[in-house]
Design a protein around this ligand. Structure first.
Ligand code: NAI
Length: 248
């Protein structure tokens, strides 16, 4: 008996990385999986095939999470094809780092739109559905830098702090309807997002981590499973740091 038997989970930006690991973990616990990404290319198709191996329904949807209209359309399509949506993971995210003095308006807008506005878009589309279903779990993929800030990442840190404020507010507004909302704040996770950093920057990050290693995407997925399932049935409005004691 899986922890998510009979549930439908929607994970944004899940063709690879942390989102993919979460979708796989949820499927391994019995959930049907709808996921989005900008395109469903060979990466996305491979993700579909790997999830399908767990024997549950899976479909990938090409959709820009930063686009309000597209998000509402894709959520309606998923609802029509899956029947219900019980779990939302707002995972799609990008970085466009730069020091404040050099940050452009385009860098600011892109990161705020993809990371924070996307979470609003999906939460806005899903709340009425979850209210009708009398329950749901929303998980925002924040970051330790949203809790503590980081030089060179004012746009990214602001977007991730915004996701925390969003989850806490939704937890308070939607609690009476049985909807929970929480955040995961990962530290340094080994994915394509961090692999593109220069070697010296990656080494410097790892040196700051008391556990002396980066996090595996699967280690974030385990916490997401806890927040998605009834194991956390009285946990709402919280931020769980998953950072090898870097931010404690
Ligand atoms: P990644 O870059 O490997 O994967 C992100 C996925 O989001 C990609 O598949 C990408 O195509 C998709 N995406 C980007 N823009 C999109 C859009 N507009 N619409 C739909 N999909 C879009 O990144 P990773 O590392 O897996 O990160 C996942 C989440 O975790 C992000 O929100 C990131 O900010 C967050 N995070 C990552 C950390 C890390 O160290 N890797 C640390 C803390 C948070």
């Amino acid at each position: 008996m899986g922890l998510l038997n009979g549930k439908v989970a929607l994970v944004t930006g899940a063709a690879r990385g942390i989102g993919k690991a979460i979708a796989m973990r949820f499927a391994s616990e019995g959930a049907d999986i709808a996921f989005t990404d900008l395109v469903i290319d060979e990466n996305g198709q491979q993700t579909i095939d790997e999830i399908a191996a767990f024997g549950h329904k899976v479909k990938g949807y090409a959709s820009n999470a930063a686009d309000f209209e597209q998000t509402h359309e894709v959520v309606n399509q998923i609802l029509a094809e899956f029947g219900h949506i019980d779990i939302l993971v707002n995972n799609a995210g990008i970085t466009k780092d730069g020091l404040m003095l050099r940050m452009t308006e385009a860098q600011w807008d892109a990161v705020l739109n993809v990371n924070l506005k996307s979470a609003f878009n999906f939460t806005h589309a899903l709340c009425p559905i979850m209210m009708r279903q009398r329950g749901g779990s929303i998980i925002n993929m924040s970051s330790v830098v949203g809790v503590s800030g980081n030089a060179g990442q004012s746009n990214y840190s602001a977007s991730k702090a915004g996701m925390i404020g969003l989850a806490k507010s939704v937890a308070k507004e939607m609690g009476p309807k049985g909807i929970r909302a929480n955040c995961i704040a990962p530290g340094f996770v080994i994915t394509e997002m961090t692999n593109k950093l220069p070697e010296d920057v990656r080494k410097a990050w790892e040196a700051q981590i008391p556990m002396r290693r980066g996090c595996k995407p699967e280690e974030i997925a385990g916490v997401a499973l806890f927040l998605a399932s009834d194991l956390s049935s009285y946990v709402s409005g919280q931020v769980i740091n998953v950072c090898g004691a870097m931010n404690c």
